[in-house]
Ligand binder design. Structure first.
Ligand code: GLU
Length: 296
């Protein structure tokens, strides 16, 4: 069931922590236009693994807004919450290979001992050789090393990280038993046979972790493109949980055109009157080379 080399499968994977905001719309537009231009498939996945952060009704609202904006996805919608047993199987594989260990450190303890890295605290490996048991409420960490992980982002160009120095061993299952995003997303993209990831630049710093996990699991490489972040007046990234700048499903064309401009694309506003016309023009004029590499 593996894909052929010229196949394109893209995806959009919002977390249902609030309504769709302008920042998520920008990455959805980029991801969809790129998939359509490549005659690819496009999958909608709801990243609802983090139940404590899930807001009732948000998934339905996001799906409704995406439909009103003319997005059409292939296959049925995928839900992370339905994949827990698949994540557990992968965690078991990693346990069998001794690639992971249980960690009993609390966040407070880590803050006390760890140095701050470019991407949060660098876990110093306190529990690496402690052989903590499975039963207690322990997080699971993956062992990292000091090898350089690198990739060529289609927007940002060459990007590399040394995970050992940047984050240390990172969590793949949290102490509250929830599969961590870093692992869930890698397994999801594998199950969905995704070939191209186009998403917001807030996840650029996570990509090497995901490439590392994918490599350990023997999954095929993905192509990545990270789109510029939309920030508010105070310089903060828009976040669904802040209820920041929701987009209005009643006026889709205005928001689509604003997202298109934000992505540095050729102006098509004067040529489109409807959402369908927007997508026809967008598909032929999309140019990933024009997307500005904007990371605050
Ligand atoms: N669910 C993540 C978010 O909404 C995106 C995951 C991804 O695109 O890899 O920020």
């Amino acid at each position: 069931m593996r894909r052929s080399s010229n196949q394109y499968i893209g995806r959009f994977a919002p977390s249902p922590s609030g309504d769709l905001h302008f920042g998520s719309l920008v990455s959805a537009v980029a991801s969809y236009a790129d998939a359509r231009q490549h005659f690819g498939q496009w999958i909608l996945r709801i990243d609802d693994i983090d139940q404590p952060r899930t807001k009732a009704g948000a998934a339905e609202s996001i799906i409704h807004t995406l439909s009103a904006f003319g997005f059409k996805w292939n296959h049925s919608i995928q839900w992370q919450s339905e994949r827990i047993s698949q994540y557990e199987q992968v965690i078991q594989q990693l346990k069998d290979r001794n690639a992971v260990y249980f960690c009993a450190c609390s966040r407070k303890e880590i803050t006390k001992i760890a140095a701050a890295g470019a991407d949060g605290m660098i876990y110093p490996g306190t529990c690496r050789d402690q052989r903590h048991s499975e039963n207690a409420r322990h997080a699971i960490r993956i062992r990292t090393n000091s090898e350089k992980i690198y990739f060529t982002d289609r927007v940002f160009g060459h990007f590399e990280q040394n995970l050992g120095n940047l984050s240390g061993d990172f969590i793949i299952r949290r102490a509250d038993d929830i599969t961590a995003y870093q692992l869930a997303v890698v397994v999801d993209d594998y199950i969905d046979q995704v070939t191209h990831v186009v998403r917001g630049a807030d996840l650029l710093m996570s990509t090497c972790k995901q490439i590392y996990l994918g490599g350990l699991l023997g999954y095929p490489n993905l192509k990545f493109a990270h789109t510029p972040l939309v920030i508010d007046k105070s310089g903060k990234k828009l976040s669904k949980s802040d209820r920041a700048f929701p987009v209005n499903p009643d006026t889709p064309l205005t928001a689509l055109i604003a997202a298109w401009r934000f992505l540095g694309q050729k102006d098509i506003a004067h040529r489109v009157q409807t959402v369908e016309e927007f997508w026809d023009e967008a598909t032929t004029t999309w140019s990933i080379q024009k997307v500005p590499a904007g990371y605050p």
